[in-house]
Design a protein around this ligand. Sequence first.
Ligand SMILES: C=CC1=C(C)c2cc3[nH]c(cc4nc(cc5[nH]c(cc1n2)c(C)c5CCC(=O)O)C(CCC(=O)O)=C4C)c(C)c3C=C
Ligand SMILES: [Fe+2]
Ligand SMILES: [Fe+2]
Length: 347
Amino acid sequence: MTLSSPVTTIAEAGASPRGNSTKTGVMLVNLGTPEGTDARSMRRYLAEFLSDRRVIEWPRAIWYPILYGIVLNTRPKKSGALYDKIWNTEQNESPLRTFTRAQGEKLAATLADSGIHVDWAMRYGTPSIESVLENMLAAGCERIVMFPLYPQYSATTTATVNDKFFESLSKLRLMPSVRIVPPYYNEPVYIDALAHSIETHLAALDFEPEVVIASYHGIPQSYVKRGDPYPSHCEETTRLLRERLGWDDKKLIMTYQSRFGPEQWLQPYTDKTVEKLARDGVKSVAAFNPGFVVDCLETLEEIAGEAADIFRHAGGKNFTHIPCLNDGPDGMAVIEQLVRRELSGWA
Ligand SMILES: C=CC1=C(C)c2cc3[nH]c(cc4nc(cc5[nH]c(cc1n2)c(C)c5CCC(=O)O)C(CCC(=O)O)=C4C)c(C)c3C=C
Ligand SMILES: [Fe+2]
Ligand SMILES: [Fe+2]
């Protein structure tokens, strides 16, 4: 069975007719990651990612010559060297894939008694959303909960996952019923999980950070002007965290990282901020990444590695990175609660 055929039906994929035995699937979806750190794998990954109109909104006539003429000839080698620093050599894959798989396996074990089929997919690269949907249909799923694993909504992330999911569904004659887990930037279970992970991490340190930085992935300011609500979601997550931790806006600050290209991105930038903090005499800081559901290049290399180096070179002393929620108990509690809510009445 292949989804490319418009006549594909769930019955062809082996599903039972609708009835009491209706089977439900849960698909966790994360961004995607390269298959290897070699220039070829990096190029393939970046080409798919950076061809997405939701990610780069420039007219194709302007963007494609830059992408194929410059970016894909220079960035693969540079990014591959960065991925090399954080690669999971034991399983020969990136941390993003390792953690996302672990989340999928743990959720599958938790929901096994309800007979729910759980799997995970990537927006770019593999396993593709289409291939995982295909497996779910073949397993007889007539109802699917799809979970874009981004706490804060952005058209550059959440919307493009939804686009791909519905593009795959559009090839089916008989579609399953679907539900999408909404953004969860203000959900108490998520705020509690972040607060608990911060408190636990800080309690184990032999120094007390004077400033704690919530660093979110940035997006271009022009996308926000055109209506992307992403920064307001980030601001609300930070506000709720301050409230929950009893910290003011001097103790818990927020920044944006990972800018790409010549445009102005959301500010303040993380790298400039840690440098300024150190120059202003701050000796100890902690940083965490509330917008990343798992640790990845942008948290392990850019923050735990690069930002820590910038801070120390500018005169700072202690820099600690608080890991993402990953597949730890707090992280799994967030995923499980949001999935169970969406399953309500279905399972
Ligand atoms: C215009 C380019 C980009 C936008 C907009 C963007 C938004 C965005 N991205 C994430 C999460 C992740 N991004 C990651 C890597 C990454 N991001 C971009 C570009 C944009 N991201 C690039 C080119 C890369 C690849 C690495 C590099 O070459 O620098 C990752 C890490 C993936 C991994 O394998 O570890 C994540 C996660 C969010 C949340 C977001 C908007 C809110
Ligand atoms: Fe990104
Ligand atoms: Fe980066």
